[in-house]
Design a binder for this molecule. Structure first.
Ligand SMILES: [Zn+2]
Length: 101
């Protein structure tokens, strides 16, 4: 799967409590303040990748499907896990598995 030029949606405020602070992002900021390279820390809890493709249907090489990534973090105000960023693009099915990392 290959993704090009995603549309990006960012959600600054928690829809439950209105806080703009997240746990992992604030811990990452503390590490960067201590001198750790920003490239060496993650500033979100987890990423959920998604592809709108039926897993029970054969994949056609070169076919395109809506796909993306949902970036999650934990609200520091109320503890809810919420989306802080969503990237949406077209995924192109490749003839070999994508390289991870
Ligand atoms: Zn909240």
């Amino acid at each position: 799967m290959d993704m090009e030029k995603p549309e990006v949606y960012e959600y600054e405020e928690c829809p439950v409590c209105g806080s703009k602070e997240e746990f992992v992002a604030s811990l990452a900021a503390q590490e960067i303040d201590k001198g750790i390279s920003p490239a060496a820390v993650s500033n979100y809890l987890q990423v959920w990748p998604f592809v709108l493709r039926n897993p029970n249907y054969p994949v056609i090489i070169g076919s395109r499907s809506p796909a993306g990534n949902v970036f999650l973090d934990v609200c520091k105000g109320c503890g809810i896990v919420r989306a802080i960023r969503v990237e949406v693009a077209e995924a192109i099915a490749l003839d070999k598995p994508p390289q991870m990392g």
